[in-house]
Design a protein around this ligand. Sequence first.
Ligand SMILES: [Zn+2]
Length: 320
Amino acid sequence: MYPLQDTDFMPLRLIAEPAFYWLTGEPLSSSIIGEERGGTEMERLLSSCFVAILVIAMALTLCLRNPVRLRGSDLFRSYQRLVINLETYSWPSIEDRHFIVKYKQGDEASARMVLQEAERVYQPLGAYFGYFPGKSVPILIYPDRVSLNRIFGWGSDESAMGVYWAGVIRVLSPLAWMDDPPVNQQQQIFQAQGPVAHEYVHLLVDYKTGGNYPRWLTEGLAQYAEETVTGGEPPDRERIAVTGVTIKQLDSRFDDPVWQDYSYAVAKDLVSSLIDRYGPERMRDLLDALGGGQPMDKAFAKTYGINLDEFIRSYNGSQC
Ligand SMILES: [Zn+2]
């Protein structure tokens, strides 16, 4: 679907909430962790140490160069898995070989739909990107936009259908956006319009690069792959030039309502152009170079033999 609104960037709330919870035994916000929980002094001491290590790791991740950032990325994903286990410990779940889907009571049909779609895209997307996660991937289903938006502190005007962040995929229940189609058509509609493939590409890019990637690259790849790798349809080429904004500035415009449609369209076209010209193998090489810790400019030049600015000029010239 297009444009699928999602994000890779979360407020510090997702760190502060569980940290506060473990340190004090009191939920900072009952909206995220709805159960009171005590804890022994030892538990709190261990939790304090864990949070302190996490804060240091986060500081290093933000301040230092890529090798440290990569390790910080792994640590942070592990922390997020701990957080969601707390957040969803009472939720029912179903699982298959590669995914575990958690959902709210009464939404089991949606969970089965999501799980089936996730298992469907696992192999083709993994083969395309040359990456298969070693662990079962968690997918959380939220019953409505309010509950999904609340996790990230978003207002009611956000219309995200799916979000990937730090090793966890969160999706809006199909019940919230499907117009009650016949049961035998629901899986097909979810496959065509649902966010699972798109968000799973974000996960693959994140893991393969160790979190070292620009937003335009992951958004472009997610749209490209959900159409060409798992959708079986040629991508809709919009052919929009990068004008009025640099490629680096573009990364900060995805969540700006004025720039959102443009940003997604350009990202998809940039990635499509790269893959059309140089092939998918080079794209995997680029992701590998990023995963090795190289900055984007250096990884791009090494992979494609031209620098990113030259490619953008060439790309803009081909839009006429
Ligand atoms: Zn996306």
